[in-house]
Each structure stands twice: as C-alpha cells, then as structure tokens.
Write a protein that binds this ligand. Structure first.
Ligand code: MRU
Length: 365
C-alpha cells in the first residue's frame, strides 16, 4: 500500500482474502510501518480501543469494517453484539456512532437478507470512498484560505500551526486539517507547518511529522506549550485543527490542548479554523461543554513515553511510581473562539446558522 499520495489508504480489505481487513498499526509509527490484520470484529474493537487506528473518521471506518467482519461471523445477531461493544470503545469521536448507526440501518431494513455480508462490505467501502471525497472537499475550500494569506504575504511562507494528527492517518487519505496544506503544497504555495508534539500519545511528533515528511511538506516539531510564544512573535499565520465532535452550534471537541491554542490565537488575532467533515457534526448536541463526553484514558499514557532505544521500541517511565495522574484525551473549544469551520461543502461561521447554511437538510425546525 502506498505510504503517501493519491493511493494512500489507512484501512482496506485484503486483496487476497475477503475475511481480512488490513490497517496500518499507527502505534509503531514513525519507527516502523507495519500492516496489521483484522480477522474478527473483536480485532477491530481492540484496534480502536488501543489506538492501532485513531482519528475520528478512521475510527468510524474501522467500526464499519468490524461490523462487516461480524456479519461474516454470525449475521445480524453478531452485528448487533459487535455494534454495542464498538459504541463503548471510545466515547468522544462521534464518527463511531455515525458509522455504527448507518450500518445498523441496513440490518434494520431486512436482517434476513441473503446478501447481508455483501451489503456490509459495500457500505464499509462506500464510507471509505466518501471520506476521501470529504477530505478533498475540505482541502479545496481550505486551500482558498492559504492562497489568500500567501497573496497577502506576497508569496512569503505561510506558517500553519496544527495540533494532534488530523492528517491522512486520521482519515482514509489526505486528512482534514492537512488536506488544505497538501493541496497548497502541490500547487507550489510556500507552506510551513508548526507541528505540536501533542502529549501524551505524541500524535504530532509520531504521526503528523511522519506524513508531512512523506509528502515533502516543510514542518517543524514544537512542544505543546510553544504555540503561544510563536503566535506572539508573528510566526503563525493561521491555526488549523481537526475535531472529534462538533455541536450544531459550533462548539468543537478535539485533542486535549486545542482549547489553549484557540485562546492564544484569539489573544493574538490569529485565525483559528477547524476542519470539519459532516460525519463529525453531532446535530443532537448544542452545548459542547455540558453535552460532549470527554474520554479519560489510562494514566500510563502520561506516566510512560514510547520511543526507540538501541533500535528497539521501549516505554520509559517518567514519573515516581505513585504519582497520581489524570489523563483527559479531549477538550472543548467554545464556538466563540473559532474563526470558521472548513467543511466539504464550504467554510462557515461556527454557529447554528452557519452550519445550517451549508447543511439545510439538517434543519428540523
Ligand atoms: O486520540 P486520537 O488520536 O483519536 O485524537 C484524534 C484527534 O483529536 C483528531 O484531531 C480528530 O480525531 C480529527 S481527525 C480528522
């Protein structure tokens, strides 16, 4: 499978075996590129929970392929069992619920259908193909923002800061926050990306830096706390992040630390944009701070750090053994701190009117 570019994919059906879904084991990047086989829905559940795959759109796609494997194993009953377990795996990324509900709707229509497995395969594949088109749409609309800045700077470098990995590795290809960057780079616009390390799992240093390098995009890794300083010194033209769940009113849940970047951007009049696939909008949710479930993960993710030593992958404990730790994985940036939402249908204000302007079919009033 290609490691970048047009043919890159993060998940696919094994060409030689319809009983195997293949993924890139992202836990091992950037030190090792290993393809991992999912042979059961339980394998898919582990891949999501233990973050072999991560990123809201890819979590949704992996759930869809896991339900396909469940259909192969035991038909509608197995699908329902798998769906219930998958929905419990990671609570914040709404793409998980979106994908599971979409697949279950097929089963609900006629669970006795003879071609259930084929229907599951076709819809899991469709979710992936649609996701690539969604990323393209976000890339195209976000590109205009970068072109404007480049024009304003007479072609000087456009400096973009991003947090976590909302890249090709978090989707099927191209990413959300990275899609405009890749398209700008492809068109010869001089871009440079400040990549937040993104503790505790280092999605920035281990994933975003890896894929930007693979695509030849200039970038610099920074610690999470450096962004505000760079903004104060005029070294950041725009911030673009992803999101795991955005409410119908424009409140944005994303990787822990995103809210602090939004505060620094607002304090320094730097545009703060969120790349938002429609599959990540929670139309049932209005107030992000009180309604979006925030995942808390294993304290060991904070205590230990993963890396290579003498050519071997190691985990190093960085704290005293008895240090109490809490590990919030996401936070919520209120709509008032978001300059705009970059969707596959265009860019809008982070507001109900803004989103309904682009998605009028979701207006149930
Ligand atoms: O914990 P992760 O790695 O799944 O968190 C991922 C993020 O926060 C991404 O920014 C978000 O899922 C958007 S991915 C297009």
């Amino acid at each position: 499978m290609a490691k970048h570019g047009e043919d890159f994919r993060t998940i696919w059906l094994a060409p030689e075996d319809p009983g195997v879904v293949q993924i890139i084991d992202q836990r091992l990047l950037p030190h090792e590129y290993r393809v991992h086989d999912l042979r059961s829905w339980e394998d898919g559940l582990i891949a999501i929970s233990d973050m072999y795959v991560r990123g809201a759109p890819l979590i949704g796609a992996t759930a869809a392929w896991s339900l396909y494997l469940a259909a192969r194993a035991g038909g509608a009953g197995e699908i329902r069992t798998a769906a219930a377990a998958l929905l419990e795996s990671r609570p914040t990324a709404v793409n998980l619920r979106w994908a599971v509900e979409r697949i279950l709707a097929i089963v609900d229509r006629d669970e006795a259908m003879s071609d259930l497995v084929e229907k599951m395969r076709a819809d899991a594949q469709a979710i992936c193909d649609e996701d690539v088109e969604i990323s393209r749409g976000i890339g195209t609309h976000g590109l205009a923002l970068l072109e404007d800045i480049a024009a304003r700077k007479n072609g000087a470098t456009v400096n973009i800061l991003t947090h976590c990995n909302a890249g090709a590795l978090a989707t099927i290809n191209w990413g959300t926050a990275t899609a405009p960057i890749y398209f700008a780079h492809q068109r010869g616009i001089d871009v440079h990306v400040w990549v937040d390390e993104t503790r505790p799992r280092n999605q920035g240093s281990q994933l975003t830096a890896w894929e930007l390098a693979a695509n030849g995009v200039p970038h610099t890794l920074i610690v999470d706390n450096a962004g505000g300083h760079l903004m104060q010194h005029g070294d950041v033209d725009i911030v673009i992040t992803g999101t795991d769940r955005t409410t119908r009113c424009g409140d944005v849940a994303n990787k822990i630390g995103t809210y602090l970047k939004a505060l620094a951007a607002t304090d320094n009049d730097i545009p703060f944009y969120v790349a938002l696939p429609s599959t990540t909008i929670d139309w049932h949710c209005r107030d992000g701070l009180t309604e979006i479930p925030i995942e808390q993960r294993d304290p060991a993710e904070v205590r230990d750090i993963y890396g290579m030593h003498d050519g071997k992958p190691v985990h190093v404990c960085t704290t005293a053994n008895d240090t109490p730790i809490s590990n919030y994985a996401f936070d919520v940036t209120p709509a008032r701190l978001v300059t705009g939402l970059i969707t596959e249908r265009g860019i809008c204000k982070a507001s109900e009117a803004g989103l309904l302007g682009l998605f009028p079919e979701m207006d149930k009033s």
